[in-house]
Write a protein that binds this ligand. Structure first.
Ligand SMILES: Cc1cc2nc3c(=O)[nH]c(=O)nc-3n(C[C@H](O)[C@H](O)[C@H](O)COP(=O)(O)OP(=O)(O)OC[C@H]3O[C@@H](n4cnc5c(N)ncnc54)[C@H](O)[C@@H]3O)c2cc1C
Length: 433
């Protein structure tokens, strides 16, 4: 049996036996029926932990069910833009020095390079850095914080069925438990999403905007020893800058992200635009970078949200957050911030619903419409413009656009400008109340 011993920020000691119906709270063994909860959060990535952390902090009874055990691997480049960094500071009281102290920052990227068809189109210093984290540490830490805030964390418990109308879930242990509210934070393959009706999840739109990503982490010493001169692109010698390659695949991009001990090479693009042969394309990408020695490494593959967000991801007592609802940057597939932010909006909607009777699905949908969807919509427009031009081999307008707006595009990615006209805007960072 797996036992998690947590010391809460309030000094309370709490022992949770994962996968059982019991928890030991303040030294008293007390059976807890899983049906005693106000909210089930399904999935313990950044979205689930944020929702559980906030809702427990508001005083609600929350159970988070995660099918794996922490620390668990998640295929991800681990890039934290300033949007995420500001969120962690504002919501989890985790400023950068604390992120460092908790060993949640693996690398800091202070420069960048952007390539279009083998040409370095933009490069330079970043006004504010991109940080890189290791998801196994990041996600385990945030789940621990949710537990410390008062949520019950059940690891190694998979939800195998969701009865949305009956507000009941069935776990891998065969338990059937009910709660008035179910938050689907169960990632891109979400079972909770599949329980929602067709008028909520437009499956055609979802598929059309779904990406596929392949990624491999190569230890730095191997890169240094085995990289050869034959590639058409030379990576910076110190491998310290995040590199993006806009035409490495269609309607997507390739990336090389620096970590402390490795570089992460990835390729992600819309499935419908790339068709079959994505794996071969990844091999080609490695060769372009002079990394053909690594083409026999098996990359990790995962679907990637690329503009397939669901505008009204709620029905009755069920809400979707993070990847489960397709929330990620439509240009870059960056999803950690959107997981955090949608979970924050969902937590506030749930709190309003429980305390004031405000209609749950409508409140969440309205918060999304006011605080996130316009940005995502603007980003889809820019995505379509960029890749439409690249498809038509109109490289020059894109280079002009990049040169004229480069710094502002980076600000928009970092979250200090809006993708709507690149005006200064910090609405992604504002508190919900
Ligand atoms: C190759 C790749 C690279 C990426 N790089 C970046 C990047 O550099 N920066 C960035 O910001 N984003 C990146 N992303 C996107 C980012 O990884 C996701 O957007 C983010 O992890 C979404 O968080 P989440 O909490 O919604 O889902 P997840 O992190 O996927 O968490 C979902 C959790 O739910 C659990 N779960 C699933 N089903 C069940 C079930 N039935 N019962 C119980 N538990 C369940 C899973 O085990 C998992 O722990 C990348 C994605 C890919 C594929």
């Amino acid at each position: 049996m797996h036992i998690l011993l947590l010391k809460s920020s309030r000094g309370r000691e709490k022992k949770i036996m994962m996968g059982t119906e019991f928890s030991l709270i303040e030294g008293r063994e007390k059976p807890v029926s899983r049906s005693d909860y106000d909210i089930f959060v399904i999935g313990g990535g950044p979205a689930g932990s944020t929702a559980a952390y906030l809702l427990a902090g508001f005083g609600h009874r929350v159970a988070l069910l995660e099918k794996q055990k922490y620390p668990r691997h998640k295929v991800c480049g681990g890039c934290l833009s300033q949007k995420s960094v500001k969120f962690l500071d504002r919501v989890f009281s985790l400023p950068v020095p604390d992120l460092r102290q908790e060993d949640l920052i693996d690398f800091v990227g202070t420069t960048y390079a952007l390539y279009i068809e083998g040409t370095r189109a933009l490069a330079g210093d970043l006004a504010e850095p991109f940080y890189f984290t290791r998801r196994e540490r990041y996600d385990a830490y945030l789940a621990r914080r949710a537990g410390e805030a008062g949520a019950d964390i059940y690891e190694d418990v998979e939800v195998v069925a969701v009865d949305r109308a009956g507000r009941t879930i069935t776990t891998s242990e065969g338990d059937r438990c009910s709660a008035p509210i179910i938050i689907g934070a169960d990632g891109i393959h979400s079972r909770v999403r599949r329980s929602l009706p067709g008028h909520i999840v437009d499956r055609k739109r979802w598929q059309e905007n779904l990406g596929l990503a392949l990624e491999v982490a190569i230890p730095r010493e191997e890169v240094q020893a085995l990289a050869e001169e034959g590639g058409s692109i030379r990576l910076d010698g110190d491998l310290a800058a995040p590199h993006l390659f806009l035409t490495a695949c269609r309607w997507g991009y390739g990336w090389v992200f620096p970590n402390r001990d490795a570089i992460v090479v990835g390729l992600g693009g819309l499935i419908r635009k790339n068709g079959k042969g994505f794996r071969d394309r990844f091999g080609e990408f490695l060769k372009t970078l002079g990394l053909s020695a690594f083409t026999d490494r098996r990359p990790m593959a995962s679907p990637l949200s690329f503009g397939n967000y669901i505008p009204t991801p709620a029905c009755g007592g069920t809400l979707l957050v993070g990847d489960a609802g397709g929330f990620a940057s439509p240009i870059l597939g960056e999803g950690i911030f959107y997981a955090h932010r949608t979970a924050e909006l969902a937590a506030h909607a749930v709190h309003r619903h429980i305390t004031t009777g405000a209609p749950l699905a409508e409140t969440y949908t309205r918060l999304l419409q006011h605080r996130l969807i316009p940005e995502l919509r603007a980003e889809v427009t820019l995505r379509d413009l960029i890749h439409g031009c690249l498809d038509a081999r109109m490289r020059i307008p894109i280079e002009v656009l990049m040169n004229r707006t480069g710094a502002r595009v980076i600000d928009a990615v970092q979250g200090s400008r809006s993708f709507l006209g690149f005006r200064k805007d910090d609405s992604l960072h504002t508190a919900v109340w």
